[in-house]
Design a protein around this ligand. Sequence first.
Ligand code: PLP
Length: 388
Amino acid sequence: AIKPAERMTGLPTQFFAKLVAKANAQMAKGRDVINLGQGNPDQPTPPHIVAKLQKAATNPLYHRYPPFSGFPFLKEAVAKRYKEDYNVDVDPATEVAILFGGKTGLVEISQCLLNPGDVCLVPDPGYPDYWSGVALAGAEMRFMPLTADRNYLPDYSAIDEETLKRAKLMFMNYPNNPTGAVATSAFYEETVAFARQSGVVVASDFAYGAIGFDSKRPISFLQTPGAKEVGVEFYTLSKSYNMAGWRVGFAIGNPQIVSLINLIQDHYYCSLFGGIQEAAAEALTGPQQCVADLNATYESRREALFGALERIGWKAERPGGSFFCWLPVPEGHTSESFADLVLQEADVVVAPGVGFGTNGEGYVRLGLLTSEARLIEAVERIGKLGLF
Ligand code: PLP
């Protein structure tokens, strides 16, 4: 038998793969399954972006290797978006790395910065891809608990001295997957102060930057004075423009970190297909009404879902951003036993909170990624189980 490298054994098992398998098994029985467990945007990419790719695909320039680190026009496009949306000045030449989706950067930054024995601070609950990069770097994770009483913001003062001495990198993610929490500028200022004091590099995962509710646009970490000295932000088109399948993202911020990420990207990917880069630039610089419309769709889905939750007596806080709802499971259940029950008895897929870390126990995550009617139906089916 082939013996994999030791670093492979540290990779977390793909939690979502397990979820998909369970959902598929239920569907194979011929059941009408409503899948609220995954984070896959359900709507198509806006047509003006698709049209750009169709045209660009015929450009022979793009049939050759793209330049290392990508085309300058795409870096300029993302810099323009940051200026317009956040009033942040970004130097496209030195402060932007083009990524093959945000995921690649989130994994690569650990390889860029962590040696074996170094510590990475990771939110719990949190997005499991942070764990993968740390594992591949042979480094260690220390979890920062995110709890409802602190609005799911970590408490830096609770990190012990020994951990602080060894910590080199931390991840944060607002709007948050899985809790739907949003950050405040005061928290980001505290984060810059913490990073300066401890020497920890900040990786801000802004994957849900375009999705904020109640007329509150999520703020970017880079709006915080000093943010670029201490870290980078990961920004992706997957959610903001319904482009998850296109695999385009960026690392923006500290030029030294950006150049390390560019270096590793050059070795792995060279860069993205030029046509995709052109379409991505169109997304960023073309009409932005699609982003506002998407936001409004998620907000009205949120309202439809929470209306239905209230009717069955399932009490929970509304998310401030992202397209996820973080709901406590009824007494007597673990997140997994509840998720299994609603799949078997109600044909509804929800993501068990424990898949996002120990602190996720006691919750399930529901995605606002289907129509209002289906969201309501899912909750009504769960309501019939009489658990609330
Ligand atoms: N970060 C978070 C918190 C996510 O939930 C996701 C996708 O689900 C990503 C990053 C990855 O985004 P991308 O599609 O750009 O790789």
